[in-house]
Write a protein that binds this ligand. Structure first.
Ligand code: ADE
Ligand code: ZN
Length: 324
C-alpha cells in the first residue's frame, strides 16, 4: 500500500459494519458462541468470496453475521473497524448497520446498538474519529418489517441521525418504502438509499423524489440517464461509490471499465468508499489506490474525491473544518 492513500485525511460514508467482519474474527466469535461454521479455515472462507452478483454476496453476508450474538461481539466488530479506519486516517465515518439481520435471529435491537455505539464513543475519545450511525432497512423484507425496525429505533433517535435502504435491489424499488421514509423524516431522520447499484436509473429518481434522500449509495447506473446526470450535477447530490465492491459483484467487468472518473469529470459529487471491506478485499485506502492505477487518476482527482467525501458528510460546516 502506497502511504499517500493511507495518510490523506478522508471520510468514509458507505461502510456496512457487518461487512467489516474479517474471517479471523468470524472464527473467534463462532468459537465464543459455540457456532459451527461451514468452513475449516480462514483461507477457505476467503476462497468462498467469489461472487457473480449482489445476491450471491448477500447470501454469504447474512450467513456470516450469524456469529454476532452479544453486545461484546458488536463492540469487538466495531472497535476492530475503527482501529483499521484510524490506521488509514479516516477522520469521520458514517456507518450502516442492519438491525433486521439481527432481530430476525433473536438478537435484540438494544444489544446491537449498545455494542456498536459504545465502540464508536470510545473511538472518538481514543482515536479521534467522529462517526454517525445509519440504520439500514433490508429491502428484500416487507415495508411492515421496516416500519417495525424504525419503531424500535425511536428510543435511540439521538444516536442515529439517518436511515438508509440496502440489500437486494432489483425488484425492491424505493417506492416500496415510501411510507416508512415519510415517517422517518417526520421523526427527524435524514435519509439515504442504495440505488442504481444493479437497479435502473428510475430507482435513483425514486430515492430522490419519494424518499427525500440526501445522498445516493452507489448510484453508478445514473450514467444511463442524461437527465438524471444533469440533475445530480446541478443539485450536487453525492454518490457514495464503492469501486472494489462494484468489481467483486460484477457491476463492471474490470476496474479499467469503472465509470467513477467519467462521473468525476462530468462534475458529479462522487466519493470513494469501501462498502463491505472484508468481503471485497480492501478498505477505503485500497479503493483509492486501485482506481488511481486502473483509471490513471491524477493527484488532483484524488484530492477532489476526498474533499467531496467531507463535503458529503452530515457534519455541519464548522465540524467539517475541524475534521479535515
Ligand atoms: N448490504 C451490504 N452491502 C450491500 C451492497 N453493496 N448493496 C446492497 N446491500 C448491501
Ligand atoms: Zn452498501
Amino acid at each position: 500500500m502506497n502511504s499517500f492513500f493511507c495518510q490523506i485525511p478522508k471520510a468514509e460514508l458507505h461502510l456496512h459494519i457487518e461487512g467489516s467482519l474479517e474471517p479471523e474474527m468470524m472464527f473467534v466469535l463462532a468459537d465464543r458462541n459455540n457456532i459451527q461454521l461451514p468452513y475449516k479455515s480462514v483461507e477457505e472462507i476467503r476462497a468462498a468470496y467469489n461472487f457473480q452478483n449482489l445476491q450471491s454476496f448477500l447470501d454469504l453476508y447474512y450467513a456470516g453475521m450469524s456469529v454476532l450474538q452479544t453486545e461484546q461481539d458488536f463492540y469487538d466488530l466495531t472497535w476492530a473497524y475503527m482501529q483499521k479506519a484510524s490506521a488509514q486516517n479516516v477522520r469521520h465515518a458514517e456507518i450502516f448497520f442492519d438491525p433486521q439481520g439481527h432481530t430476525s435471529r433473536g438478537v435484540s435491537f438494544e444489544t446491537v446498538h449498545r455494542g456498536i455505539y459504545r465502540a464508536l464513543q470510545e473511538a472518538k475519545q481514543q482515536l479521534d474519529i467522529s462517526s454517525y450511525l445509519i440504520l439500514c432497512f433490508l429491502r428484500h423484507l416487507s415495508a411492515e418489517s421496516a416500519m417495525e425496525a424504525l419503531e424500535q429505533a425511536l428510543p435511540y433517535k439521538d444516536t442515529i441521525p439517518a436511515v438508509g435502504l440496502d440489500s437486494s435491489e432489483v425488484g425492491n424499488p424505493p417506492s416500496k418504502f415510501q411510507k416508512v421514509f415519510d415517517k422517518a423524516r417526520e421523526e427527524g431522520f435524514l435519509t439515504v438509499a442504495h440505488a442504481g447499484e444493479e437497479g435502473p436509473p428510475e430507482y435513483i429518481w425514486e430515492a430522490i423524489n419519494l424518499l427525500g434522500v440526501s445522498r445516493i449509495d452507489h448510484g453508478v447506473r445514473c450514467i444511463d440517464d442524461p437527465k438524471l446526470l444533469e440533475y445530480l450535477i446541478e443539485k450536487q447530490i453525492p454518490l457514495t461509490v464503492c469501486p472494489l465492491s462494484n468489481i467483486k459483484l460484477c457491476v463492471f467487468d474490470s476496474m479499467a471499465k469503472h465509470n467513477i472518473k467519467q462521473l468525476l469529470d462530468m462534475g458529479l459529487c462522487v466519493t470513494v468508499n469501501s462498502d463491505d471491506p472484508s468481503y471485497f478485499g480492501g478498505y477505503v485506502a485500497e479503493n483509492l489506490q486501485e482506481i488511481e492505477s486502473a483509471l490513471n487518476l491524477s493527484r488532483q482527482d484524488i484530492y477532489k474525491l476526498v474533499k467531496n467525501s467531507f463535503q458529503a458528510t452530515f457534519l455541519s460546516a464548522e465540524e467539517k473544518q475541524t475534521r479535515i
